[in-house]
Write a protein that binds this ligand. Sequence first.
Ligand SMILES: *[C@@H]1O[C@H](CO)[C@@H](O)[C@H](O)[C@H]1NC(C)=O
Length: 267
Amino acid sequence: MELLLDLLCLCLLCLTGKILCDENEQKYIIVKEGTDVVLPCSLSTKEDIESKVFDWRKVAQKDDGLKEVFMYEKGFHYNNGRPGQSEEFKGRVSHFEDELKHGNASIIIRNTKEADSGDYTCHFPRLHQMFHLKLVVVAPEPDINIIDATDDGVLLQCEVRGAAPKPRVEWQDRDGNKLPAEDPQVSERGDRYHITLQTTVTKTSCCRCVVTQEETNRRTHAEIYVAIIVKMSIWTKILGAVLGILAFVLGVAVAAFLLRRMYIKNK
Ligand SMILES: *[C@@H]1O[C@H](CO)[C@@H](O)[C@H](O)[C@H]1NC(C)=O
């Protein structure tokens, strides 16, 4: 009975813990750089907010001040003449007009950049309500392709598309040592970089292509395992030679044996 009570208490604790935790939990949104993202914010009352005020801000970070992302006041906002929006969000943020009557103040940020990562607040000043969420914009992962496989090794290509700012790309072995590679090929598209980097792998190993954004110190990587099968032809030749010699020795032995028997018989 006591045990049962203990269990019950424990369960209640778990439950309340979970609820508390969920309430305090900051919403996380993770998107790939260059895509669009909807930052959700809705009043639980679902009341019409067409004639209300809400303000989206990006919280100040260590070397970056507070940013005005999107402000709406009774139909007057940053996309129809309202001044005050932070430069980096101009022309990239919209709200959802049709959703306002359901208490939905979500916004969409188009063409996300790594610099958009951070904490955002959605504030209804007159309603004394504030919502928090965290946006993480991650650099796109590189792609690895096998371009060629010859007796000299396997030619691998790492490709990074649409990265900004310009990242450092390098090939590493499984221990993180830099592998020799050709010079990277870099092309610029708008303010984004497209980089390819080739390397030739000559022994069985695990290689990764590591993309580093120096400014933000963010890294992504892709891996490939290259198994190089030692040149078949040589081994086939050696095997052939060994078998040939064995066959020859065996043949000689058999012949000697037969000759000896014939010799004994004739005697
Ligand atoms: C608010 O509107 C956005 C955009 O249409 C939508 O994605 C989201 O699900 C809506 N939120 C709610 C709670 O309905």
